[in-house]
Design a protein around this ligand. Sequence first.
Ligand code: ADP
Ligand code: MG
Ligand code: MG
Length: 255
Amino acid sequence: MATLEIKDLHAAVTTDEGPKEILKGVNLTIRSGEIHAIMGPNGSGKSTLSYAIAGHPKYEVTSGEVLLDGENVLEMSVDERARAGLFLAMQYPVEVPGVSMSNFLRTAATSVRGEAPKLRHWVKEVKQEMANLDISAEFAERSVNEGFSGGEKKRHEILQLSLLKPKFAILDETDSGLDVDALRVVSEGVNTYSSNNDAGVLLITHYTRILKHITPNFVHVFAGGRIVESGGVELANELEESGYVKYVGKPEPAS
Ligand code: ADP
Ligand code: MG
Ligand code: MG
């Protein structure tokens, strides 16, 4: 049983006008096997939460703690966070020209596992997981993220999850840019990863549609840089009906 604890987290983003406080005291505990959904309006600070935990240089944690089994995540390098069992999609580079997916994934697996996976087993493993995610074989030879569509990037994220098997995964807007079929495949990938590895998942999203495929144990409403309400799936259903109006005090602009 592993635990990821976010305690009274405050964080600021660096802007041209100086630091701007975005996170205003986030408290959340995720245990092995639990799926938590964080839902909130645009601009409420959801991505800032994942960047702050990932250690993105533009986001400064001004107070609070993030602990993985009691270890201070915020003092770890990005590599150490991965080795400790934390997966954050954005901790990986956006595009790596000249590095094939299969090499990139093997390097990542070597770093996380502490030894290089045996090549023959590795090739089989990658093939199997790619097939599960409906990813074509030629994908393995393409450069990392180069020219990937939105949907391909998301499948790549889930492929990493299924190969690296982190204890905790923070997935930001995993549903954006996916058509219905891709959404189903990606969701099944998240469900399989979570149940096979007894992993904890923090699923950050603006829309309720992914929750038709992934059933969270807990739903949290995020507004104004913090969690303002927590509940079960019924909370997501309520959000689908009435949106975030109640939490931000005004209707969302049509997008
Ligand atoms: P969400 O993911 O919920 O849509 P974000 O975390 O992306 O929200 O953004 C929260 C707030 O922080 C917004 O007001 C946004 O404009 C601001 N913000 C985020 N990143 C930056 C940045 N790099 N520079 C300036 N402002 C930013
Ligand atoms: Mg946004
Ligand atoms: Mg966002």
